[in-house]
Design a protein around this ligand. Structure first.
Ligand code: 5AD
Ligand code: SF4
Length: 482
């Protein structure tokens, strides 16, 4: 069986070398950084003749890009691998090959265990090794079974292939751009500092070049990504370390990039210059994801968040003073070890005090190797379930109120894709809300003024304010606008 796998892998490589198109299937779990990483992996493979497929049965190469942030992530990967093993065996019976790789944070955290438990896996590699993917495939083809979970000294971003223009166009009018990776904060519940390593920031000129390439391909909105993105401190062209605010000011000079966003931020790194950037830069959208996790000082201390509830509330006030229309979003964890009903009530109070546009909330999930997982006073599942439901009811109410507050409002919408009904386009408000309106396809990629005329549960409906008289505008073919 083992020998068959190796022979198959060698045949796969040979067909690729002969420039026969080969198919790669990537399944992505987790955050936007994993989405970005999956795209960079397929971009890195594309020059070698690899095309993407959305069906695992067709795939010569399968990559599972995994997330370890919550729950039984590793178990999900193993059950997916069970399914893939059956597909691989069925393909082998037809004389077809399949190379299987596990990437991402589960790979980083449990690499050896995955290799031990799942013989179907040919290669396991962590987020710092993606630029080596073609080489890893070569090593598998040469008979090796690869486990690569080191933090190499070279910067993977120096080697990861940029997307071609065609691939960027196909991905649409909004794009992610990773500017920072890793985290030095060590919140006691979080695996990120272990799976993604310590904080690193990409150089300004590389980021600007990538943003310009995206703009050249028609991208109108870029979201800068980092586990702790507002801790960004990459080397600038002048040799100084640039802050995120300075980077945003530079990117705002690229005219096509009408909209800039960034995620996700830590309250401790929300510097004055970043708050001023929200005041000064029209391209910086008035929506900020600023997780606080808990409203209880006792729990914030136990989480090692390094700030108190009042620090957060004061910060929110300062941000709102600089940009009054800003909407806040956040992350909350319920049922952290030792969380009492009073601690939880303090979180609900904080949510009431801030008033969020949207928020994400999670039951605390013990992560192997993190300090909080070793605490004795773990909270019962039933309590977590009950608290999560209460917290989510509050957030849902706030989101509904926030959406309703847009009714009758005029705003700009970036038209991103065809809508559900013929003659409709769908886009986003400055606050990331989905908006539908009647508009011709030649307006895709443009930003149009609209008035909100109805509020649904998950989207807003709008009418154009700049609509020409009926039938005066020809309808171009989709894609002609890029
Ligand atoms: N349990 C539950 N939620 C977690 N998060 C991170 N680690 C855990 C954990 N162990 C949440 C935090 C973070 C978001 C990305 O995931 O709220 O901000
Ligand atoms: Fe995890 Fe964010 Fe805390 Fe870093 S700041 S340890 S990524 S929760």
């Amino acid at each position: 069986m083992r020998r068959a796998t190796l022979r198959c892998a060698r045949e796969t490589l040979e067909r690729v070398t002969m420039n026969e198109p080969k198919k790669v299937f990537v399944k992505t779990w987790g955050c936007q950084m994993n989405v970005y990483d999956s795209d960079r992996m397929t971009d890195t493979l594309a020059p070698g003749g690899w095309e993407e497929t959305s069906t695992v049965e067709d795939a010569d190469l399968v990559i599972l890009n995994t997330c370890h942030i919550r729950e039984k992530a590793a178990e999900k990967v193993f059950s997916e691998l069970g399914r893939i093993r059956r597909v691989k065996e069925a393909r082998a019976l037809r004389g077809e090959t399949m190379v299987v790789g596990v990437a991402g944070c589960v790979a980083q955290a449990e690499g050896v265990e995955i290799a031990r438990r799942a013989p179907v896996v040919d290669m396991v590699f962590g987020p710092q090794s993606y630029h080596r993917l073609p080489d890893l495939i070569d090593r598998v083809a040469a008979g090796a079974r690869v486990v690569e979970t080191e933090f190499p000294v070279e910067d993977k971003f120096d080697h990861l292939a940029p997307a071609s223009r065609e691939r960027t166009v196909a991905r649409g009018l909004t794009a992610f751009l990773t500017v920072q990776e890793g985290c030095d904060k060590f919140c006691t519940f979080c695996v990120v500092p272990y799976t993604r390593g310590s904080e690193t920031s990409r150089p300004v000129d590389r980021i600007v070049a990538e943003a310009e390439r995206l703009a050249d391909a028609g991208v109108r909105e870029v979201t800068l990504l980092g586990q702790n993105v507002n801790a960004y401190h990459g080397p600038g062209p002048d040799g100084a370390a640039w802050s995120l605010a300075r980077l945003l000011r530079r990117l705002a000079e690229i005219p096509v990039l009408a909209r800039l966003r960034y995620t996700t931020s830590h309250p401790r790194d929300m510097g004055d210059d970043l708050i001023e950037a929200h005041r000064d830069l029209p391209a910086l959208m008035p929506y900020l994801h600023l997780p606080v996790q808990s409203g209880s000082d006792r729990i914030l201390a136990a989480m090692n968040r390094r700030h108190r509830r009042d620090d957060y509330l004061r910060l929110v006030e300062r941000i709102r003073a600089a940009r009054p229309d800003i909407a806040l979003s956040g992350d909350f964890i319920v049922g952290f070890p030792g969380e009492t009903e009073a601690d939880f009530a303090a979180t609900l109070e904080l949510i009431e005090a801030v008033g969020y546009g949207s928020a994400f909330s999670f039951k605390y999930s013990p992560r192997p190797g993190t300090p909080a997982a070793a605490e004795a006073d773990q909270i019962a599942e039933s309590v977590k379930v009950e608290r999560l439901a209460r917290l989510q009811a509050l957030i849902d109410r706030q989101t509904r109120d926030f959406n309703l507050s847009r009714l009758g409002m005029t705003m700009d919408v970036l038209l991103e894709k065809p809508g559900r009904r013929p003659g409709q386009l769908a886009g986003r408000s400055p606050w990331l809300q989905a908006v539908h309106l009647d508009a011709p396809v030649d307006l895709l990629g443009t930003i149009v003024p609209v008035r909100i005329d109805a509020v649904m549960t998950y989207s807003l409906s709008a009418v154009r304010l700049d609509a020409p008289a009926p039938s005066s505008r020809p309808v171009a073919a989709l894609g002609g606008v890029r």
